[in-house]
Design a protein around this ligand. Structure first.
Ligand code: URA
Length: 251
């Protein structure tokens, strides 16, 4: 409970910083409000979508429209509800007329997404759609990698050794507490790059740049709304999540 409260306070501080730092003022001016994130601040899984739509802009909560309804069904299919996970977007304001976020907008919000993830320290980050995947797994093709978890060194995201720089004290220790299991050398599935050895040392002694994130790229639920084939693929990919989570725990 203490950790939940502490994480929520840290997330609130990141949201306050985003507002104070006046990120993407042209988007902010046209939006009703910021849509920062929703769910369990200690969740095992963080879902990262693209940007808020109309309903999300009205309510200030991500994935509350049609795509959110499908996301709820997908979560239900693996015995979860949205309260069990944390849901956010790469871009925190609704782009006008739901246009795709521009590269400079994605870049402007990326530090805040990184900080959200650093606080929550999820076992699994699930990207929803191409834009979200491009942001965390640049150079990958969603049609090739959907449903296949990728293990990426945290330093890849500029997080390594940066609790201070990130303003997130002790976040990497949270991760260490969750992963003090067996030793293994994880490899990125596609690039076969060696990744971190997790759990090979105590949180304080372990080099922070050895940490890895596990990222699961999935299609966006909105893309599956009117495409039965994609919808089936999305349910199939979701069904792999429990296994991916247990593997990520022991890696
Ligand atoms: N699509 C997204 O990517 N995010 C939302 O919050 C809603 C729809």
């Amino acid at each position: 409970m203490e950790r939940r409260k502490n994480n929520q306070l840290q997330l609130n501080a990141i949201q306050d910083a985003l507002l104070a730092e006046n990120v993407s003022p042209h988007l902010a001016d046209q939006a009703t409000q910021v849509v920062f994130g929703d769910g369990d601040p200690t969740a095992e899984m963080v879902f990262v979508g693209e940007a808020p739509g109309k309903k999300e802009d009205e309510q200030g909560i991500p994935f509350v429209g049609a795509a959110g309804k499908l996301l709820g069904q997908l979560l239900e299919s693996i015995g979860l509800t949205r309260k069990d996970v944390y849901i956010t977007n790469i871009v925190k304001y609704r782009p006008p007329n739901n246009r795709d976020p521009l590269p400079n907008e994605v870049q402007a919000f990326l530090p805040y997404l990184r900080r959200q993830i650093a606080v929550i320290q999820p076992t699994l980050i699930v990207t929803l759609g191409r834009h979200s995947m491009d942001c965390l797994l640049p150079g990958f093709k969603i049609s090739h990698v959907h449903g296949q978890p990728q293990r990426i060194p945290v330093k890849h995201f500029g997080l390594a050794g940066s609790p201070g720089a990130d303003g997130v004290q002790g976040s990497n220790d949270n991760r260490a507490n969750r992963t003090n299991g067996t030793k293994s050398e994880a490899r990125n599935q596609l690039t076969q790059q060696p990744a971190a050895k997790l759990g090979s040392a105590s949180g304080s002694a372990r080099r922070q740049d050895e940490l890895t994130w596990v990222i699961l790229p999935l299609y966006h639920p909105a893309a599956a709304l009117y495409n039965g084939g994609l919808r089936n693929t999305l349910f199939e990919d979701f069904s792999k999540i429990p296994n991916i989570l247990s593997t990520a725990h022991t890696a």
